[in-house]
Design a protein around this ligand. Structure first.
Ligand SMILES: Cc1cc2nc3c(=O)[nH]c(=O)nc-3n(C[C@H](O)[C@H](O)[C@H](O)COP(=O)(O)OP(=O)(O)OC[C@H]3O[C@@H](n4cnc5c(N)ncnc54)[C@H](O)[C@@H]3O)c2cc1C
Length: 413
């Protein structure tokens, strides 16, 4: 690249950045998308060797209003609308159907209490809404580590209550990540080029990258909050309100490990269960996802962070210990690790999805607010109701692009 000039630079080629750049490109704006990695998609990432599997987002949450559904279909991809495993019958011996019904009722009651939490009251940790001595307290905490990437005591109840879950969840068998990346087809993109500094002190913006400086009239910043909080992208002059907002919205952690499963037909397709029901540090397992001979193991929060230190082998050992606990020692011979990614160790994400700390729910609005009509912010953490998701990221990208277009109309840039 070694420098250049453009109207708008979009920094980061994940779901938000791609949505923004596509919108601007389609509106006839000269736009350059600069991405640090050698691939597009960010936390949306499909690995396609034998079968496509998603190491980042996999579920089209709120599917009936999720814009990626239409995009995937326009790309010629099928949508799987079968019920998600967590709504199907169980087969976990440690956990009977009656137990599960009781757990689901307790979890729903917790979510209802959090959803009803009034805006006038001071914020509290979501753990304040759980009966900590209750039978399902640990399992609800474990679910929080999958859902929010952290344990309940680090989750803002106000933020959690604002999340809009329409309860419809579909999948793209060819991959959510592949869909997101393909949406960038035809855009002007530079890969493998981390942006280091945005100088917004002069008449035009100077975007300093690992491979030269690009001048521009406007920029859309879509970096994960983990990187903004650590000022891995420097703003000159500094933007302390953005750094502080990002620090209030740290990325929780969720990591996936895929195991191949021999004699998979013995299991019904798309079934899920937890390794344990009596502790927070347990993984969630999905057997035969989309009828494939695999187990998707999902690790969240402190458990995932601890296992990352030991790499893929540590995740594998933990999964095998839980699975053999449920299905007997011979089960160890039926599974082999095939794909895994450590999102906390990943230098361009440093975590999985944002979660507002107690008292910090309004940091999302602060982060999303434009600066001087030429620095715009997008990314899942900017979404008030759809944070943590790929569709939330998309929608914030569209909002930021529309803000650029309207600033351009008001004052031709
Ligand atoms: C394990 C896991 C499971 C998930 N499951 C789901 C799910 O089922 N459904 C769902 O909707 N969501 C899910 N998510 C969340 C979803 O993937 C993210 O919310 C979404 O992809 C974030 O998009 P984004 O554009 O905001 O951020 P990102 O995808 O992180 O995009 C930011 C981009 O900026 C780039 N970047 C970083 N630093 C620089 C720099 N200095 N210069 C230039 N570029 C830089 C990054 O490489 C990245 O490409 C999951 C995430 C993970 C990790």
């Amino acid at each position: 690249m070694a420098g250049g000039d453009t109207e708008v630079v979009v920094i980061g080629g994940g779901a938000a950045g791609i949505a923004a750049a596509r919108r601007l490109h389609d509106a006839g704006v000269d736009c350059l998308l600069i991405e640090a990695r050698q691939r597009l998609g960010g936390r949306a990432w499909t690995i396609d060797r034998d079968v496509p599997v998603d190491l980042g987002c996999g579920w089209l949450h709120s599917a009936e209003r999720n814009p990626w559904v239409e995009i995937a279909q326009a790309q010629g991809r099928a949508i799987d609308r079968s019920p998600p495993p967590w709504t199907r019958p169980l087969f976990n011996s440690a956990y009977s159907a009656a137990d599960r019904a009781d757990f689901v009722e307790t979890l729903e009651a917790f979510r209802h209490r959090v959803g009803e939490f009034g805006d006038a009251e001071p914020d509290r940790p979501a753990s304040a809404f759980v009966d900590l001595s209750g039978r399902w307290a640990k399992l609800i905490d474990a679910v929080s580590t999958y859902y929010s990437g952290v344990e309940l005591d680090r989750v803002s109840a106000r933020d959690l209550g604002r999340y809009a879950d329409d309860g419809v969840n579909w999948r793209i068998p060819q991959g959510y990540g592949a869909t997101v990346a393909a949406h960038a087809a035809g855009l002007r993109v530079v890969l493998g080029c981390p942006v280091r500094r945005v100088d917004h002190g002069g008449q035009r913006l100077a975007i300093e990258t690992a491979d030269g400086t690009v001048t521009a009239d406007a920029a859309i910043v879509t970096l994960p909050t983990s990187l903004l909080a650590k000022e891995e992208l420097v703003f000159a002059p500094a933007l302390p309100e953005k750094t502080e907002a990002a620090a209030g919205l740290p990325l929780g952690l969720a990591d996936k490990l895929y195991l191949s499963l021999s004699n998979a037909e013995e299991f019904d397709t798309d079934r899920s269960f937890n390794g344990r029901t009596d502790r927070t540090e347990t993984a969630a397992y999905q057997v035969r996802p989309l009828d494939r001979p695999l187990i998707e193991c999902y690790f969240g929060g402190g458990l995932a962070a601890g296992l990352e230190a030991g790499g893929r082998a540590a995740f594998h050992d933990f999964a095998v210990s839980e699975l053999t606990g449920l299905f007997g020692n011979d089960f160890a011979r039926r599974v082999k690790p095939i794909h895994h990614h450590s999102w906390l160790a990943d230098p361009f994400s440093r975590g999985s999805y944002s979660c507002a700390l107690p008292g910090k729910a309004d940091c999302r609005a602060t982060l999303a607010t434009p600066v001087d009509g030429r620095l715009f912010f997008a990314g899942e953490a900017c979404s008030k109701h759809d944070f943590s998701t790929a569709h939330g990221a998309y929608l914030t990208g569209i909002t930021a692009a529309d803000q650029v277009l309207s600033a351009r109309k008001d004052k031709p840039i």
